[in-house]
Ligand binder design. Structure first.
Ligand SMILES: *[C@@H]1O[C@H](CO)[C@@H](O)[C@H](O)[C@H]1NC(C)=O
Length: 495
């Protein structure tokens, strides 16, 4: 799997022309006073993963600013400077409280609605110093330049923390850095410089120019005492997603498998592809999937419903459902993930959460193991599967199990995860149906006379919410696409 990802990244760089741009690839260095020096050499130039390495712009050009909100000034921010003591001393900054620093990504700014919403949610929850970072001027450059600028912004934040530490004689334990997209890596640089930051939360940290690079280049678990990363747009195969694919924290949460967020219009990503690529293409570096993570985190501050489930082995994005049984260790995605900080040296622990499409996005997790029978007349079939769960009080919820049309073979078992929006209680049965899309209809493969029936009479259901397993049995009759609704009931054992 990794090899494939690397190959695709390499191909993306070749296509974008990065490898052949001699100026971009030249090694160079620039120094910016207190912020230190920035070289374009390895590890920042590291083909094929990073075929382009340019110098960052000056601190003056990037014009990073810091905006403090506390419970005393929730709406009108106070500007903090990392160059003097007076702005901090004359502000409401309180060193006895925890400090949350938020940082946006490409083409955004510190007053974006999601940043303000996140700051408000944090202040509603706790009496924090909330600092919104604004590096808008530096984030509007070409993507490759904005990537370089993240190093300067990270150094600026580190300098602010230096000043806080010196003025108030505190350490980094009470400081929590929260960064989205490029902002995730900004926080990685700040944390790396500090060495004692309590926590960094990476909100779908950017993938392009960071994937598979040296840990010094990207956010990783060595950048703070606890690093939690939420992935929502990592599809490496078709779109090279905007988020980083590899696990980068102590805990890595792949919401909905890390891509294709429920309720997001996926055509936005497709549009960007048809526009000719998003890297330096002048196309907005935003999609519903990539931005969903901000809402997820903000909602998770006050709503304790974001259970995620540990997945065995290597992270697997597209195949993640097969690796996650929902029976193992649980952690909470988002703000409260720190309660699940590993007590041993483990890192890159992969957790899986499925969501519904509306805020606060939480659902009740179910696992379905569907056994396809193999009578002599059974054939392969391609379709979408649906179940309708029936609770004891007669409440019902219909769930689509397949993300896309999928092929099913007789004699095989297939595993799916799905969430209901409401708790179902004890299940009294389910309905099973399947559909095929006429777009897939090819008479030479699948005509009206040979159209396969599905033979399914055993479905195992596991409710992760109440740790209950059910064996559900139906009839051995064929189930016709777009027509039959087969009823299943819980039994001790199917024959
Ligand atoms: C700022 O505060 C630090 C820590 O108290 C102190 O060492 C430094 O001299 C101060 N700088 C100025 C310009 O007052």
């Amino acid at each position: 799997m990794w090899k494939l990802v690397h190959l695709l990244l390499f191909a993306a760089h070749v296509v974008s022309g990065g490898l052949f741009d001699k100026d971009d690839a030249a090694e160079d260095e620039v120094c910016y006073g207190d912020l230190g020096c920035f070289s374009t050499a390895y590890p920042f130039l590291d083909p094929p993963y990073r075929g382009v390495s340019v110098l960052p712009e000056s601190p003056e050009a990037i014009a990073t600013t810091f905006h403090l909100n506390t419970r005393k000034n929730p709406s009108v921010a106070q500007i903090l400077l990392n160059k003097d003591n007076t702005s901090l001393l004359s502000s409401y900054f309180d060193p006895t409280r925890e400090t949350k620093i938020i940082c946006h990504g490409f083409t955004e700014n510190g007053d974006k609605q999601w940043v303000v919403d996140m700051a408000m949610a944090l202040l509603n929850y706790g009496d924090y110093n909330v600092i919104r970072t604004n590096w808008n001027e530096g984030s509007l450059a070409l993507y490759s330049k904005s990537v370089a600028n993240t190093r300067v912004v990270g150094a600026e934040i580190s300098l602010l923390i230096d000043r806080i530490k010196a003025l108030y004689n505190i350490n980094g334990q009470s400081i929590h850095l929260i960064g989205h997209s490029l902002g995730g890596h900004v926080m990685g640089y700040a944390g790396e410089r500090q060495g004692d930051i309590g926590r960094i939360t990476g909100l779908d940290p950017a993938g392009p120019y960071y994937e598979a690079t040296d840990p010094r280049v990207r956010l990783d678990e060595t950048d703070a005492q606890f690093v939690d990363v939420i992935h929502t747009n990592v599809n490496p195969i078709w779109t090279l997603g905007m988020g980083i694919y590899q696990p980068s924290g102590h805990l890595d949460f792949y919401v909905n498998g890390g891509d294709d967020q429920t309720g997001c219009d996926q055509s936005v990503t497709q549009d960007i592809i048809s526009e000719g690529g998003f890297i330096d293409g002048g196309v907005q570096f935003v999609t519903c999937d990539h931005n969903r993570v901000n809402k997820l985190f903000t909602d998770s501050v006050g709503t304790r419903c974001h259970e995620a489930y540990y997945c065995e082995g290597e992270y697997v994005a597209d195949f993640i459902e097969g690796a996650c049984a929902l029976t193992q260790r649980v952690a909470e995605m988002g703000f409260h993930a720190d309660l699940y900080k590993p007590t041993d040296n483990s890192k890159n622990l992969v957790f899986y959460q499925k969501t519904i499409g509306e805020e606060p996005f939480c659902g009740f997790h179910y696992r379905f193991d569907i056994h396809f029978d193999d009578p002599w007349r059974a054939a392969n079939g391609k379709g979408n599967l649906f179940v309708t769960l029936i609770g004891t009080s007669g409440n019902q919820e219909r769930l689509q199990l397949t993300a896309d049309m999928q092929e099913f073979r007789p004699g095989q078992d297939y595993r799916f995860m799905a969430v209901t929006g409401a708790p179902m209680g004890t299940l009294s049965g389910l309905y099973f149906e399947w559909e095929y899309d006429t777009a897939w209809y090819k008479p030479w493969e699948w005509d009206i006379f040979t159209k396969p029936d599905f033979y399914v009479h055993r479905i195992e259901v596991y409710s992760a919410n109440d740790f209950t397993s059910y064996i559900m049995c139906g009839q051995k009759d064929p189930i016709k696409a777009n027509r039959d609704v087969a009823a299943f009931f819980p039994v001790d054992k199917c024959d």
